[in-house]
Design a protein around this ligand. Sequence first.
Ligand code: HGY
Ligand code: MN
Ligand code: MN
Length: 408
Amino acid sequence: MPASLRVNASRLQHHLDQLARIGALTTGGVCRLAFSEADRQGRDYIEARMRSLGLAVRIDRIGNILGTRRGTRSGPLVLTGSHVDTVGTAGRFDGSLGVIGALEVVETLNDAAVSTDHPVGVIAFANEEGARFMPDMMGSLVFRGDLQVGDARSRVDRDGVSVGEAIDRTGYAGTDDFTDVGVHAYLELHIEQGPILENANMTIGVVEAVQGLTWITFTLTGATAHAGATPIDMRRDAGYVAAAIVQYARTLSHEIESQRATVGLLSLSPNIVNVVAEHARLTVDLRNPDADRLAMAEERLHRFVAGAAAAERVTVSHTTDVRVPPVRFDPVVAGHVQDAATALGCRSMRMVSGAGHDAQILAAKFPAAMIFVPSRGGISHNVMEFTSTADLEAGANVLLHAALRLAG
Ligand code: HGY
Ligand code: MN
Ligand code: MN
């Protein structure tokens, strides 16, 4: 009977649409920045779904929420989930699909009164995006025991609000601690957020690895000066050096194989039309599937920044905010994903994830793998993000059957 089990696509779509109403933007997208009121309401929606499905609910001190469905025996969980916090210009699928899809899997098991050997856990990790508070994957780093809650609570956003203040204000956190939670395997269903599956006309991505990422924040300090009266060779223009770094990020992406480099945040001060910029603050997001190339990119970037700053007599300081190595997923777990996709008759391909995910953090400690479904136009972190109901359904069915294979 389990082989014929299928998820309920309209129920899946319905709950995705309901969640997308929380933090809805007028542009059709979603904004639920970590630990904001909207994020808490989104997390509350998940909690209510967990309780309505009879899951035992626990919330830890950073706000990770875990719902557990009993197995015939206790012990390590087959854990599946993702995140419901979003970037500021999000669509309705990034993260949400992995949590809503996991709950749909549980509801399908409940409807069919299917019991599993291992308990099945559904988790929503807090602050996966890192869009407001760095590092990203904050909740899964705390879950893995590599980031202490006190350290996480001390991180501040660009307005100087700390994670602790934001959490306490919204009542986001619980009192629990998940370091006792045993994980037999972790599965994450997620949209691809790039163009690979669509270009290959595939429905399912069997994700075998995730590229590494490094986030660096540079602070450049020059001197304000009159934009008209000051000769060029007298200037210490932080904005000019910042622009050179933006340009060099693209050069790095062309020079080093499989390298991506992005300046997503850039602020100048005093940011006035006729004043040479005294300060520049910018982030560089470096990605590469190969650890050595990622290290080379970091090294070349720092060398370039030092040279460009010195030439303009601008001082530079930096913080390395995130450094997550590339990971390869567990071949057995990825094999179950592949077998489930094949058994369901889905067109599938093996691939590496371009985006970072909580599964990347868990993979360092537990057997993990991911399931991707296509993003239309390869668009994500953009309100136009879209995946068809049919593809969502296929992904959730692969999650259902991969989880059943792992849970017994
Ligand atoms: O940055 C990432 O790759 C993820 O969206 N946090
Ligand atoms: Mn995501
Ligand atoms: Mn994202």
